[in-house]
Design a protein around this ligand. Structure first.
Ligand SMILES: NC(=O)c1ccc[n+]([C@@H]2O[C@H](COP(=O)([O-])OP(=O)(O)OC[C@H]3O[C@@H](n4cnc5c(N)ncnc54)[C@H](OP(=O)(O)O)[C@@H]3O)[C@@H](O)[C@H]2O)c1
Length: 177
């Protein structure tokens, strides 16, 4: 599969590296290169900081493309979220098939052999199947977490987990049985 990545930071390198190892063609993009990466990919990973998302999505044509949104908009210090990024992304790219995924774990997880459970939210059954195959392809397990309207819960969970970590707690200890 051809995967265009909007962004060239930690998440782009981590997930892009894993997908490249799994045999996919990857194109990362810095500022000024987003349209090229969007045109290249059948699947697009949105991996820029939340504040850049509106400008980035205005410069690209994502009609019909599967758009994986891994972004979080977390207020530093408060560890709260304002608007749901997935909701914004779907509004800004109305012709894309948006799937929320990969927003829960710290980027360092994707540099190695992750073996994680990856909750995903989306409304397009075919797009969900494609993203699930990209999750299993890197040795992880997809968890269908419902429609895109539930992505806000995943984003709030990320904020909560980050807040716990910053306070010196291991969030996994709150969840493990
Ligand atoms: N880091 C994590 O552990 C983690 C985990 C889950 C989800 N996420 C989410 O994944 C996304 C990417 O995170 P990251 O850790 O990969 O960040 P990063 O390493 O800081 O990279 C951010 C990317 O976004 C671009 N960017 C930043 N501001 C921009 C703007 N105003 N307009 C256009 N492009 C802009 C950067 O370009 P330049 O290099 O040119 O600045 C860079 O390519 C974020 O939304 C984050 O919330 C991160």
């Amino acid at each position: 599969m051809r995967i265009g990545i909007l962004g060239a930071g930690n998440m782009a390198h981590g997930l892009g590296g894993l997908w490249a190892k799994a045999g996919h063609e990857i194109k990362l993009s810095h500022r000024g290169e987003f349209a090229e990466a969007a045109a290249f990919g059948d699947v697009i990973l949105l991996a820029v900081l939340a504040e850049g998302v509106p400008d980035v999505l205005r410069t690209v044509d994502l009609a019909g493309k599967v758009l994986i949104d891994c972004t979080n908009s977390v207020v530093p210090g408060e560890w709260t979220v304002g608007v749901s990024m997935a909701h914004r992304v779907a509004e800004l790219a109305p012709k894309a098939r948006v799937v929320k995924a990969f927003n829960l774990c710290h980027e360092s997880v994707w540099r190695d052999d992750p073996r994680k459970l990856v909750p995903i939210c989306g409304d397009d059954p075919e797009a969900l199947e494609i993203v699930k195959s990209l999750v299993t392809g890197i040795g992880c397990t997809p968890a269908d977490a419902g429609p895109l309207s539930r992505a806000a819960i995943l984003e709030a969970t990320a904020a909560f987990v980050i807040g716990l970590s910053v306070s010196g707690f291991d969030p996994r200890e709150a969840l493990d049985g």
